[in-house]
Design a protein around this ligand. Structure first.
Ligand SMILES: *[C@@H]1O[C@H](CO)[C@@H](O)[C@H](O)[C@H]1NC(C)=O
Ligand SMILES: *[C@@H]1O[C@H](CO)[C@@H](O)[C@H](O)[C@H]1NC(C)=O
Ligand SMILES: *[C@@H]1O[C@H](CO)[C@@H](O)[C@H](O)[C@H]1NC(C)=O
Length: 188
């Protein structure tokens, strides 16, 4: 083939082949790609989250507010940084299995809805040193709040899943709360 023709041929074949980096982009190819992944494990976790705002040693501390926060019925703009213990049972002196470390903030004008950005940092047993990352919307007055697990580390590499929060006990005056968490994650 002459050079221009060869180039035209190459261009044409690249343009019509449904392929990027050797991946077959057809629906069948996508299905095959999924089938070739190693199978995932499912892990279920259950614990209690202790959010202590008012105490001699609080575990969640206000770090910022907006100029309208205290006129806002939803406390819009209030931000707290937490390092909350996670325990096996609801009692505060129950065994600690990890910490919830991160920030939550009031992110809704209309109803009480928190933006939760936190790591579950496990400190015992098989999970010691592994983490799960939550990024979610938390309507704390609802019975069940579902928040996505968007990743993890250690045993939980490439994790994704769902954390379901349910208030176990809350005090409107002190704003201290104990929240039951059920977590289901898929990971390798
Ligand atoms: C809050 O701050 C914004 C931006 O600086 C300002 O425009 C607004 O008037 C302030 N609102 C109040 C209630 O102070
Ligand atoms: C968890 O891992 C840390 C660091 O490796 C270690 O110091 C600690 O003793 C471990 N804790 C438990 C309960 O295994
Ligand atoms: C706490 O506040 C919520 C929302 O304002 C309200 O629905 C609930 O009845 C209050 N609980 C108590 C015990 O006052």
């Amino acid at each position: 083939m002459e050079k221009p023709m060869l180039m035209a041929f190459l261009f044409l074949s690249i343009a019509i082949m449904p392929s990027i980096h050797g991946l077959d982009l057809s629906p069948k190819g996508v299905e095959e790609w999924f089938k070739a992944l190693p199978s995932e494990k499912m892990t279920k976790l259950h614990f209690y989250f202790h959010d202590t705002v008012t105490a001699k040693n609080p575990s969640a501390i206000q770090i910022a507010q907006a100029n309208i926060t205290f006129q806002s019925p939803t406390g819009f703009g209030l931000l707290r940084m937490m390092d909350n213990p996670l325990t096996v049972k609801p009692e505060p002196n129950s065994e600690i299995i990890g910490r919830a470390q991160g920030i939550y903030g009031s992110a809704s004008f209309e109803d009480i809805g928190l933006l939760m950005t936190l790591n579950l940092v496990f400190t015992t047993g098989n999970y010691n040193g592994s983490t799960l990352c939550i990024l979610g919307h938390n309507q704390i007055l609802h019975e069940y709040r579902e928040m996505p697990i968007v990743g993890g580390s250690g045993i939980f590499r490439l994790a994704r899943g769902i954390a379901t929060a349910k208030t176990y006990q809350a005090d409107n005056i002190t704003q201290n709360a104990i929240v039951e968490y059920h977590v289901v994650v898929l990971h390798y």
